[in-house]
Design a protein around this ligand. Structure first.
Ligand code: BGC
Length: 754
């Protein structure tokens, strides 16, 4: 363990935002530092800059043979000359071993490469998209998913993942909401830590561990208009209270690297921002890992109008603390001159080189730079990994509506019509960023239903239309198909290219003519279950109003068909809860539960209040919401005390009963509100959640610990303060419902136990 003073800084923050701080595994000990120093002493400036350069190009594997050979020869030469420290886009043990051989045997210093890739929601065994995973509220399940991803990735030669993406996202138009944990900093912080633990495992040098990279540092999710790469303009308290906590939690959990974002913060690109890269990251959090730029984000500071040219951009980034240049090659091209001309001190370069080399030592690459192709074969997409993917996929599904208990499907059903353009798709369940995921690995929803139905239930199918097209030619056949069935399962939503990077939408409804198709099928009078396949919260007011059963099933990965079928047929009881609010219409966004009250809180019927005249101001489905095949009742909310001191601990307890007929999982949620503060506070803030399984007819007492220090906030002087005053507290099933009580933080309370 590294020492005290600075470490305590992280701990304070990580206790505030993340219960668990571990993972010093990647930090070096003095003997490593000595080896690193000895190596740096032997390096030329060009070799140093090589270590700070991330080369893309593993993808040359995919182009035509002649170009591939030419491209490969050029890349090999760069590695041989020590001009590359890290590689992006290379896959497979054999291919990467070849590169490592060149790096370690033909480059005179023999420094191994560190291969990074976007292992975002699984490597080959593709798990649900990250937003869906967040809906499971299952930290252990998420950690397990990253263990699986790390095991497959490391076996295939990847040492570093550009994940977790921990950007808070409150605007579903932004395509990258698919990659994060949703709108809430508290939940986001815990998921960030779980994912770091999962990726990094016990020790980075283990053959099943990869170093994680918390991205995109920071506030990338606040892009204006939900348009990817757009300007961000937020207050410093919002930066501190909303966007930084998941990064703090990742650092607290021992994340080895961070990626600087594309956006600006307060008029300064995040890739050269001293406040976030130095003051917060290095001084306050004592982060000792390294920072990589996002793809081209150093060079893009020229377009931002912040750097004069590429050379200026390189100088600004390295001086701000961005250690490695991803793909714009500005360091390799310009920093030697900058050092020669006295614009950049060589010690600044050395500092970054040491951080990178230390990570290579921590990964064990100097001892063994190679991966084992046999292990790669045996772990890739193995049964155990598929089982973990199915379990998490099942838990990620959110039951939004279930009138008259249409679900689970009755055992009387003799014929099911599966209708919709996504029902048969094996490509789309992979979702965004399934880099090496393969459609052939996927169980489609139709496959899943057919497999489960066996010979006892007839399964009919009609696509009806395309995902985005405007042809209605398939409607008639779909209607005919529906008429022959007892129940219709409609698989509607977004294809995998409609979310993710560069895929923002200005509308949030069902694309193309899918809603028209749904209305046609609805007119047949057949009971309909809509299974949504999507990468973001959708605005589906007609569906929510008119269709009896709706599942938010996201892009669920290779086991999508099985997981959806488990829920449809009642082999599993839905347990997902929304990690992001569903709006009624795009005009409501950004919409999130932890909004401020304003001076004129919305009252639908009162004119001069904060609302719309043409749509309710409330969401379609709130944060934390989700139904199950049973019902839960909340009673008897009680606190250990009505007052606590600023360092105290309060216990809040409620009884939760399963009043239905089957066992179910309730995600019990605790929210608080600081009623009066020196800066206005949100109307509700999540401060605890627990997944509890409750048998029918049974009651479980659920207890939360609430530390007063978790009730503070950063003010505009950037100070974290816990203020005495009155609070409200709720325990309930989502951000809109729950039992309510009051308590106060008082100075010098007897209840102050710390
Ligand atoms: C994305 C990052 C990603 C990187 C490397 C960038 O365009 O913003 O999230 O890790 O590419 O693929």
């Amino acid at each position: 363990m590294k020492p005290s003073a600075t470490r305590a800084g992280i701990c304070l923050f990580s206790i505030t935002f993340c219960a668990i701080a571990l993972g010093d595994a990647w930090r070096s000990d003095p003997s490593v530092d000595a080896k690193v120093q000895a190596l740096v002493d032997r390096m030329t400036i060009e070799q140093k800059l090589g270590q700070l350069t991330q080369q893309w190009g593993g993808l040359v594997q995919d182009v035509n043979p002649e170009a591939r050979q030419r491209g490969q020869d050029e890349l090999d030469a760069l590695v041989r000359e020590g001009k590359v420290g890290s590689y992006l886009g290379a896959h497979g043990a054999e291919y990467i071993n070849r590169l490592q051989k060149i790096a370690t045997e033909e480059f005179e210093l023999g420094i191994p490469l560190m291969v990074g890739n976007d292992v975002i929601h699984g490597y080959r065994t593709i798990f649900p998209i990250n937003l869906a995973q967040a809906c499971s509220f299952d930290l252990e399940g998420i950690e397990r998913a990253e263990r699986v991803a790390a095991t497959e990735a490391r076996a295939a030669g990847t040492h570093w993942t550009f994940a977790p993406m921990v950007d808070i996202a409150r605007d579903p138009r932004w395509g990258r909401v698919a990659e994060g944990a949703g709108e809430d900093p508290w939940l986001g912080a815990r998921i960030a830590a779980a994912r770091v633990r999962g990726f990094q495992g016990k020790n980075l040098s283990d053959p099943d561990a990869v170093v994680a990279c918390a991205k995109h540092y920071v506030a990338y999710g606040a892009a204006e208009g939900g348009r990817d790469y757009n300007t961000v303009d937020i207050s410093i308290p919002t930066l501190r209270n909303v966007y930084l906590p998941p990064f703090a939690a990742a650092v607290g959990a021992g994340v080895g690297t961070l990626m600087s974002a594309f956006n600006e913060i307060n008029g300064v690109p995040a890739t050269a921002c001293p406040l976030t890269l130095k003051t917060v990251l290095r001084d306050e959090w004592a982060f000792e890992g390294f920072v990589v730029s996002d793809w081209g984000s150093i060079q893009e500071m020229v377009a931002h109008g912040y750097a004069r040219d590429d050379a200026d951009a390189a100088r600004l980034a390295i001086q701000a603390g961005v250690d490695m240049d991803m793909s714009s090659f500005t360091y390799r091209t310009h920093l030697a001159d900058a050092v020669k001309n006295g614009l950049v001190d060589e010690s600044v370069i050395d500092r970054s080189v040491k951080r990178v080399l230390r990570m290579k030592y921590a990964l064990g690459l100097f001892d063994n730079p190679f991966s084992d192709p046999d292990t790669e074969k045996s772990v890739t997409l193995c049964h155990e990994h598929r089982d973990a993917a199915r379990a998490l996929a099942r838990q990620s599904i959110v039951l939004l509506k279930n009138d008259d208990k249409l679900l689970p499907l009755s055992s009387d059903v003799a014929a099911v019509a599966v209708i919709g353009p996504l029902a048969e798709s094996k490509e789309d369940p992979l979702g965004t960023w399934a880099t090496i995921g393969k459609a052939d690995d996927v169980i489609s929803v139709l496959d899943g239903v057919r497999e489960r139905a066996g010979n006892s239930i007839k399964v009919l199918f009609a696509p009806g239309c395309d995902v985005r097209g405007d042809s209605t030619d398939g409607f008639a056949q779909a209607v005919q198909t529906a008429k022959q069935a007892d129940v219709v399962v409609m698989v509607l939503g977004e294809d995998k290219e409609m979310s993710g990077e560069g895929h923002s939408r200005a509308t949030l409804g069902l694309p193309g003519v899918q809603l028209d198709l749904l209305k046609k099928i609805h007119a047949t009078g057949k009971p309909i279950v809509v299974v949504l396949m999507h990468g973001r919260p959708l605005a589906i007011p007609w569906t929510a109003e008119n269709v009896p059963a709706v599942l938010a099933a996201w892009h669920l990965g290779v086991e999508m068909g099985h997981a959806v079928t488990d829920i449809l047929f009642g082999d599993a009881n839905p347990s997902g809860r929304l990690a992001m609010t569903f709006p009624r219409g795009v005009g409501q966004v950004p919409i999130y539960y932890a909004h401020k009250n304003t001076g004129r809180p919305p009252r639908q019927k009162e004119r001069y209040t904060s609302k719309y005249i043409d749509m309710p101001w409330t969401p379609q489905f709130p944060f934390g919401y989700g139904l199950t095949y049973t019902q839960f009742k909340y009673d008897n909310l009680r606190l250990s005390s009505n007052t606590i001191g600023p360092a105290g601990l309060l216990k809040a307890t409620a009884d939760v009963s399963n009043t239905g007929d089957v066992a179910g999982v309730e995600v019990v949620q605790m929210y608080v509100r600081d009623l009066v503060a020196s800066q206005t506070r949100p109307v509700k803030q999540l401060r605890g959640f627990k997944r509890v399984t409750i048998e029918p007819g049974k009651t479980v007492t659920v207890e939360f610990e609430l530390f007063a220090k978790d009730l503070g906030f950063y003010n505009s002087d950037q100070k974290y303060i816990v203020e005495p005053g009155a609070f409200k507290l709720w325990i309930g099933p989502n951000a809109q419902e729950g039992l309510e009580t009051d308590f106060s933080i008082v100075k010098n309370s007897a209840a102050d136990t710390d």
